[in-house]
Structures are given as structure tokens and as C-alpha cells.
Design a binder for this molecule. Sequence first.
Ligand code: HEC
Ligand code: HEC
Ligand code: HEC
Ligand code: HEC
Ligand code: HEC
Length: 411
Amino acid sequence: MTKKSRPISVAAALAVFVGLAIAWSTGGLSLAQDSSKAKGSLDKVFPSSNKCKRCHERVFEEWEASPLSRSIHSPAFRASLDEYLAFAGSKDKALCLRCHAPHVNEFVDQVQVFVAQVQSGDPAIDGVGCTQCHLIKQVDRARHPPVPKYEPGKTLFGPYKDFVQNLAHQSLELDLFRKSDLCLNCHLSVPAAANLGKANDLLGGWESSKAIKAGKECQTCHMPEQVGESANGENKRKVANHTFPGRIGKLRQEAAKLEIETSVKGDQTKVTVKVQSLVPHNLPTTHPAWAKVVLDLAIKGKNLKTVFAEQRVYGRVFADAKGQKTSFDFMAVKVLEDTVLKPEETRVETFTFPTPKDTRSFDVEALLSYAPVTGPAAFLQRIEAESSKGAQDPVFQPIPIVKQAVNVPLQ
Ligand code: HEC
Ligand code: HEC
Ligand code: HEC
Ligand code: HEC
Ligand code: HEC
């Protein structure tokens, strides 16, 4: 080092030090300064959700409890990603991550890093974290499925026009955040099943449902409005619940109504169950392909013993290129059977069975629930082996939606 250059490097070092000190005191957020991908590493461009927690504790805790925070963590996802990679060979390796860890779209050359993170079973990167949504500037609905346009930078997009300024990031109101469009790029259809075209529309004719025509957006039901602090210590205002109620949460109880009618004609009894879906889109959404909703009918006679039981299944049965049934939509080329409940559809199911004997009454019980995972034995065993809960992993448990029971007297 020469004498001449010394004052310059001291100044430079000082500048760096001051810069760091400012960055730290203003929240230590290191959002990239421009949209140049080459400049920032993965977590500079898409800082981890942990970085937002300090100021957005309420939102963070809600998000942490939501399925979105676990979008690349479940043993079921890990096992199916591997099935996909084995099947797809050299085709689009990023496909599953395009929605489950959508920042891969900005770092396609690093797809191996993402895959390795998933395979580790304990990823250090976010799946669908805060910035994976709040850096979306635009969603191109002209394309099917719609494509998000990220604008990485220090501005975070959100619903507020009248936001309070803060030192960590700039804010900008985008109407997109109050609109279904934001959600559609991941929820409309899975491109893996491209061969199926419209046949694997996940939501069905949602746009012509009564709820959507009445002005509801995905957020109305899945990010319900509440009053609270948007950032720690700020005034209470209208905020959006980030637990994303769906299979988890109370929203489930608003999914459907069941109505039971029974007619006893001597030895034969007929039960009709009216299943009225209140959901403005398909139920279930058929990704992953094993996703199913089932209606279980049970007749309980003397001593509450089950004397008759039958099931109806709502979902899609897919076939692969060899014509075999498959539990993986990425292998599907054809839909063999489609029984999903269409938006706000009412389905009437009829059951007939011998009238229970030796009893003065019997019970009719109807239960609608999300069914557990199904698939090849090796796939199920792998999920079980990899889950810290083994056979108790949530994916093996049914999730009740609604229940209805009546007691029918006999003369
Ligand atoms: C970047 C892609 C992406 C975007 C954008 C997105 N989601 Fe999702 N969403 C997912 C993924 C992936 C899952 C599944 C997470 C898991 O369980 O692995 C999911 C799960 C959900 C669930 C839970 C479903 C269940 O079965 O319980 C709800 C509800 C949901 N999202 C609603 C929304 C809403 C509302 C929006 C728009 C405000 C939205 N999502 C935007 C990718 C996305
Ligand atoms: C277009 C976006 C999109 C793509 C592409 C996509 N997924 Fe999903 N995935 C979702 C959404 C949204 C959900 C939540 C669905 C719901 O609950 O209705 C989900 C749920 C899942 C689940 C159940 C939840 C969990 O985490 O265990 C699995 C497993 C899964 N996806 C695997 C895959 C695999 C494997 C691929 C690649 C072949 C893939 N996904 C591609 C959007 C996508
Ligand atoms: C130093 C504290 C701080 C940190 C760190 C921080 N924020 Fe904020 N953020 C705020 C404050 C304050 C507001 C304004 C809240 C209000 O207006 O009620 C805000 C507002 C927002 C908004 C609403 C913007 C709008 O116009 O609708 C979003 C979205 C947001 N932050 C996302 C994030 C994300 C994502 C992170 C992490 C990458 C983050 N914030 C980190 C303090 C912070
Ligand atoms: C799946 C996309 C998605 C994810 C993931 C997500 N948000 Fe949001 N966020 C939204 C949408 C959409 C709104 C606006 C909802 C509305 O107003 O109807 C919103 C609103 C907000 C707001 C303003 C309202 C409020 O509730 O305070 C803040 C702040 C915010 N988000 C921060 C965050 C932070 C921090 C995280 C991560 C812990 C996060 N968001 C994760 C989509 C998302
Ligand atoms: C009028 C309220 C309402 C609106 C609007 C709405 N949903 Fe739903 N959604 C529900 C109900 C009710 C359920 C079923 C119960 C449950 O799982 O929460 C559901 C279920 C879901 C599920 C889980 C289904 C499954 O089979 O795993 C996803 C994912 C979902 N909705 C996404 C969306 C998206 C994306 C939009 C916007 C296009 C949307 N919803 C609009 C009420 C609504």
C-alpha cells in the first residue's frame, strides 16, 4: 500500500462502515437496489421472511401457521418432487418449484440449489414467503396459466395507499393485491398436466359463480379482513389474515351443507343426501392428483352398530400414457372420471339398503371430508419413512369438513 492511496482507502472503509451502520439501523434489510439478477444472491433479492418478522410480527406468525410457509417442507412434497424428477428426466426441472418456491423463476440457473434444499428435508430457503408475493408487480392473465412478473428491488407492493413510511423498505399500493389475479398464477392450473388442457382446470367455472359475481375475490374468504397492527406499534387498521384458511381453519365449515332425507318402505330404506357446495370454485381442487373429498354414509342400528356404510368420492381419476391410473398429475394424459363438485353445485346422492332389524330407530350419519393421500405403495412408504410423525403424518389423516346426523324412528 502506498502513502498516496491511504487516505482514499480510509475514506472508502469509512464509507462502507457508515453504509453498513445505516443499513443495520434501518432494519438490516438488504433488498437489492435494482432488478439486475446477477448482482444479488438469492436471499438478497428475496430476503427470508425472518427479516420481516421484526416489524411485522402479527403477519409473520399468521403466515408461519399457514400451509404456504411449508410449501417445500412436507415429506409428501419431497417424495413427489423426486417422482417428478425421475419421470421428467431432462425436462423442466424447475416446474414444481415455479409455484412452491416461485423465486426459482428469477434464478432458473440455480434450480439445482433449490432441489437440493427441498431434498435436505429442512430447507433454509423460503417456499412461498413474504417477498415471493410482495415483489410481484404484475400478473399476466393473457397467458394460461397466468405468469407473475417480479420486480425485485427495495419497494414492496401491497394493498395500502396510506401506508406509514418506514426505514426498511419503500411501499407501493398495487390494486393487484386486492384481486384474485395475484393468486391465480399458482392456483388456476398446473402446467405439468399440459396434455390435459382445460381438463385440469383446478378452479373450474369460478368466474361465473354467484360469490365472484357479487364481487368476492380469493382474499375475501382466504385472507379475511380483520383489525390489528399491520406493523408492530403502528395504529390498528384493517389488515388481512395471513393464515390462509383452507383445509386448516374455520373456513372449512362454510364449504358445504348436507341435508338428509330418509324413506322407509318395508324392508328397503332409501336415504338421499343433498350435498350443497358453497364454494365458488371446484371442490376439491385436483392438484395434487390424489386430492379428493369423500362423502361417507353410515347407518347405525341396534346398539349403534354400523349395519350399512357407503362412500361417494369427489375428485378426478387420471390415466398416464400407458392407460394406467395414476396419482400424479404430471404423468397424466387423460381424465378417466371427473366427479369434483363444481362451483356452488348441489349433488344429490341416493343410497338404498335393507331396513335395520330388531330396533325401534336407527341413525343416519353423513360426513364430508378431505381424503388422505393415495398412491403407489412405495411412494406411501417413503412418505411414512421420511415423516417425523411416521404413519401419523397429517397427509395420512382425513380432514372432516361437515357432518350431519338424523335419527329415524321405526314403527
Ligand atoms: C407463488 C405461488 C402462490 C401464490 C401467488 C398464491 N399461492 Fe396459495 N398456495 C401455493 C402453494 C404452493 C400452496 C400449497 C402449500 C402446501 O401445502 O404445500 C398454497 C396453498 C394455499 C391455500 C391452502 C389450501 C389448502 O388446501 O388448505 C390457500 C387457502 C391459498 N393458497 C390461498 C391463496 C390466496 C388467497 C392467494 C392470493 C392472495 C394465493 N394463495 C397465492 C402457492 C401460491
Ligand atoms: C401452478 C402452480 C403449481 C405447480 C406448477 C405445482 N404445484 Fe403443487 N401445489 C400448488 C398449489 C396451489 C397447492 C395447494 C393446492 C390446494 O390445497 O388446493 C399445491 C399442493 C401440492 C401438494 C400438497 C401439499 C404439500 O406440500 O404436501 C403437493 C405434494 C404438491 N403440490 C406437489 C407438486 C409437485 C410434485 C409438482 C411438480 C410436478 C407441483 N406440485 C407443481 C401449486 C403448484
Ligand atoms: C423496520 C421495520 C420494517 C421491516 C423490517 C419491514 N417492514 Fe414492511 N412495513 C413497515 C411499516 C411501518 C409499514 C407500514 C404499516 C402501516 O401502514 O400500517 C410496512 C408496510 C408493509 C407493507 C404494506 C405496503 C403497502 O403499501 O400496502 C408490506 C407489503 C410490507 N410492509 C412487507 C414487508 C416485507 C415483505 C418485509 C420483509 C422483507 C418487511 N415489510 C419488512 C415496517 C417494516
Ligand atoms: C400468497 C401471497 C402472500 C404471502 C406469502 C404474504 N402476503 Fe402479505 N399480503 C398478501 C395480499 C394479497 C395482501 C392484501 C390482502 C388484502 O388486503 O385483501 C397482503 C397484505 C399484507 C400487508 C398489509 C396488511 C396486513 O395484514 O398487515 C402486510 C404488512 C403484509 N402483507 C406483509 C407480509 C409479510 C411480512 C409476509 C410474510 C410473513 C407476507 N405478507 C406474506 C399476499 C401475501
Ligand atoms: C366465497 C368464499 C370463497 C372464495 C371467494 C374463494 N374460495 Fe377457495 N374455498 C372456499 C371454501 C369454503 C373452501 C372449502 C373449505 C376449505 O378447504 O377451506 C375453499 C377451498 C379452497 C382451497 C382448498 C381446496 C382443496 O381442495 O384443497 C383452495 C386452494 C382455494 N379455496 C383457493 C381459492 C382461490 C385461488 C380463490 C380465488 C380464485 C378462492 N379460493 C376463492 C371459499 C372461497
